[in-house]
Design a protein around this ligand. Structure first.
Ligand code: 13P
Ligand code: SF4
Length: 325
């Protein structure tokens, strides 16, 4: 959807917050938003969470319309888990560099070369990759998922090599890693973070496990977006350098108004720790997508059923481990 279309379509005098609330009621819609969405979208959402929480909400909701304020693989996940609902994504171009780093054809060939390996895929992948996987994990449950697999079972982990290397380190396993990465989490500058720490000696570095090993080695705490947010609420420090996408700072600041949150600096002068895919969604596009019930996520039923199996395994292990709310 082009910006020009948005400008033409929306009466500028409209209160979009009120209009969206109205549309929610009229259409029995739920807005699920990832923490990386812009603050206005987080503020109108019914639920804000990490990939695990969002998947669970999508599976359980009674709403007729799931409006997914996130990226394509997340909306696809909602459709996989709750196919009778209409799932909308405000901008269909909201992709993911990590999901793009594992195309189905080469991945299938890689898997075929390692037939004895169990395939564990991070949820940041397409439905086709999910369908080729045995179990899915998220950053919030990855450790539990890996620990649930017998030690002697070889594992192929995809698509994030950074999360995979981190899991290898803490589990003591030697999973075979697909060579994929997230463009946002690979951009942080070790040198600039080190300098920032000198200027803010009390600040703790908190990082998402999609970051490179050198950043993770320096971190005081590593976790999914939900885990990072929980940590800032219970920990006693008053200053944090946050090595993940900047959208999470909105909730951190709201939950801890007396604390200071500094986005970890990227290795150049751009705003590269804003995810360009996540930020394609805007309040205007959210409003239009609810009004016209488009763009909609649709999926071939054979693909959906194949992608659902490893998702169901993930949810069952997470439930047994007490990781679901
Ligand atoms: P979580 O939602 O699991 O924290 O992962 C972050 C992410 O990169 C989503 O795209
Ligand atoms: Fe994908 Fe990275 Fe953006 Fe998350 S932050 S949606 S992993 S590109």
């Amino acid at each position: 959807m082009e910006k020009g279309f948005v400008d033409k379509e929306i009466d500028p005098s409209l209160d979009l917050f009120a209009e969206i609330e109205q549309l929610k009621k009229e259409k029995n819609a739920i807005i699920l938003a990832h923490y990386y969405q812009e603050p206005d979208i987080q503020d109108v959402a019914d639920y804000i969470g990490d990939s695990l929480g969002l998947a669970q909400q999508a599976e359980q909701t009674n709403a007729d319309l799931i409006v997914f304020a996130g990226v394509h693989f997340m909306a696809e996940t909602a459709k996989i888990l709750n196919p009778s609902k209409k799932v909308l994504l405000p901008d269909l171009n909201a992709g993911c560099s990590l999901a793009d780093s594992a195309p189905a054809g080469p991945f299938r060939a890689f898997k075929e070369k390692h037939p004895d390996h169990l395939v564990v895929s991070y949820i940041n992948c397409t439905a086709e990759i999910k369908a080729l996987s045995d179990i899915i994990c998220t950053s919030g449950n990855a450790i539990k998922i890996i620990e649930s697999i017998p030690k002697e079972q070889p594992i192929l982990f995809a698509p994030d090599k950074n999360l995979g290397a981190y899991l290898n380190k803490i589990s003591g396993r030697e999973m075979l890693l697909w060579n994929g990465a997230c463009m946002v989490h690979e951009i942080f500058s070790l040198e600039k973070i080190t300098k920032l720490k000198i200027r803010h000696p009390q600040a703790k570095l908190i990082a998402h496990p999609e970051c490179e090993e050198a950043i993770l080695r320096m971190a005081d705490y590593i976790g999914s977006t939900t885990q990072l947010l929980k940590y800032t609420k219970t920990d006693h420090a008053t200053e944090y350098i946050v090595a993940t996408e900047t959208g999470i700072l909105h909730q951190m600041q709201q939950d801890n108004p007396q604390k200071t949150f500094i986005p970890a600096p990227p290795n150049n002068n751009c705003a590269c720790n804003d995810c360009p895919h996540m930020k394609l969604n805007t309040l205007e596009k959210l409003y239009l997508c609810m009004k016209y019930e488009a763009p909609e996520i649709t999926m071939d039923e054979t693909l959906r059923l194949a992608a659902k199996k490893p998702m169901d395994r993930m949810l069952a292990i997470s439930r047994a481990a007490g990781l679901l709310g």
